[in-house]
Design a protein around this ligand. Structure first.
Ligand code: PLP
Length: 432
């Protein structure tokens, strides 16, 4: 198991100790969080031990990772300790390039971008740092050189953070945004592919595809779709807000031109951390949206695309810690675990005649998120009852969809079972 010392070595100490001859500022408190334990013999013991690295109270089950994740203590501690260090030691900052910065925004953050790239199957050069998926979507929509009459195809299931940058471009520059209607739930991947293929015309320049939709957790067959788009010379941009830290990502295998995500959801990064990928081949075609000193730098990959001025370096330190936390568990192990929890939930709901799953059930379209309703209860009632009776936090998706329940690594099988027991109790009280 890596020690705290190793961890400290990568953050505060690197900042404070690599500056010999200086009056050493008062060191911040040691991080209190731990890295995940090494593999334990009994897998369930591993997850129970890991659960203690989260500050969520033991009696509360948080199932709304699709909105924001709950960062493990080591991520919280990294951010907070670094913020304390910055404010206590800022007088030591001398602007010399060989010394570390106290804030972000004026350096390419090469190391962090390389780590994100390694996690998602891209090179660090192809990664721009953003605040979230919404910013990534806007950078692509705004930066694409489209002409009036050019078409962008997207779905009627987009989150505003996957659509509105295109709406703005349509109103301002006269492009045409075509929404295809997604059947709910879709029966198979081909149905989703056909929506885009059938809507394509000679004017179509972009397919904007949600990898996993926000409201109903519909997983799109993005690799097949990108291949078809490529054959037609169409640019592909994927909204992966729900995917980083949830599904294993290999962007090269997906073959998209651009992809953006919100790692403050499933990757459990600090809130306000995002990334945008633009393939090396497509990067030169994309204009920057914001300009600071490197807006026209075509030598340093996607650095050009995040010229945002002063930012919070402490968040980026926490972002890096979240990537390491995830990597130490292993993306494959995370995905296997959370899919198993979701399968347990879906299997249990299938035993309750009054319960209805609205997210897909086709194996290739499912994820760790399930959207389900219960006869006789509105979506808000269901959300509130789960919380009031059993301290289970799901999110209402409105009627008739019910609640969205996202299974993540801080959820245990008994949290799922408690959901199902509460459902059975509720069905005895009210009949649909
Ligand atoms: C599919 C999808 N796209 C975009 C977003 C926007 O994410 P953010 O608010 O982090 O930019 C969300 C948020 O839930 C989402 O689910």
């Amino acid at each position: 198991m890596a020690s705290r010392r190793q961890f400290l070595g990568s953050t505060l100490a690197a900042t404070l100790l690599a500056r010999p001859g200086r009056a050493e500022p008062r060191a911040a408190a040691l991080p209190r969080g731990q890295w995940p334990p090494d593999a334990l013999q009994d897998d369930e013991t591993y997850w129970r031990t890991l659960r203690r690295e989260f500050t969520l109270p033991a009696e509360e089950a948080f199932f709304n990772t699709g909105t924001i994740g709950s960062s493990p203590r080591i991520v919280q501690d990294t951010v907070i300790d670094h913020m304390r260090m910055v404010d206590a030691t800022v007088a030591h900052w001398d602007y010399k390039p060989e010394h570390p910065d106290w804030f972000s925004g004026y350096r390419p953050e090469t190391e962090l971008r390389a780590k994100i790239g390694a996690l998602v199957g891209a090179s660090g050069d192809e990664i721009a740092l953003t605040q979230n998926a919404t910013v990534g979507m806007n950078y692509v929509a705004n930066g694409m050189p489209l002409q009036p009459g050019d078409e962008v195809i997207l779905t009627d299931q987009e989150h505003p953070g996957g659509r509105t940058g295109w709406d703005l471009k349509a109103k301002r520059h006269g492009i045409y945004v075509k929404q295809v209607h997604v059947p709910v739930p879709p029966e198979n991947p081909q149905q989703l592919i056909d929506l885009y293929v059938n809507a394509t015309t000679p004017q179509t320049k972009v397919w904007a595809i949600p990898h996993l939709t926000s409201q109903l957790a519909i997983r799109f067959p993005v690799a097949d779709m990108c291949r078809l788009a490529r054959d037609r010379g169409i640019f592909t941009v994927i909204d992966g807000a729900q995917c980083c830290g949830h599904l294993r990502l290999d962007l090269r295998a997906i073959g998209c031109d651009a992809y953006y995500s919100s790692p403050h959801k499933w990757l459990l990064a600090p809130k306000g951390c995002g990334w945008l990928y633009v393939s090396a081949a497509r990067l030169p075609q994309l204009w920057a949206t914001l300009a600071s000193s490197n807006w026209d730098n075509y030598h340093d990959g996607a650095y050009r695309l995040f010229q945002i001025g002063t930012g919070n370096l402490s968040l980026l330190k926490g972002y890096e810690a979240a990537i390491e936390f995830h990597n130490r568990i292993g993306p494959e192990r995370v995905e296997r675990r959370i899919m198993a929890l979701a399968d347990r939930l879906r299997a249990g709901l299938a035993q309750v005649p009054q319960a209805h799953v609205h997210s897909p059930t086709h194996a290739e379209l499912t994820s760790a998120t399930t959207v389900w309703s219960l006869d006789g209860w509105t979506a808000v009632e269901l959300m509130d009852q789960l919380w009031d009776r059993a301290r289970i936090r799901c999110r209402s998706m409105g009627d008739p969809w019910g609640v969205r329940q996202c299974c993540h690594i801080y959820n245990l099988p008994e949290d799922v079972d408690r959901t199902l027991a509460t459902v059975r109790q509720m069905t005895r009280e009210r009949r649909g």
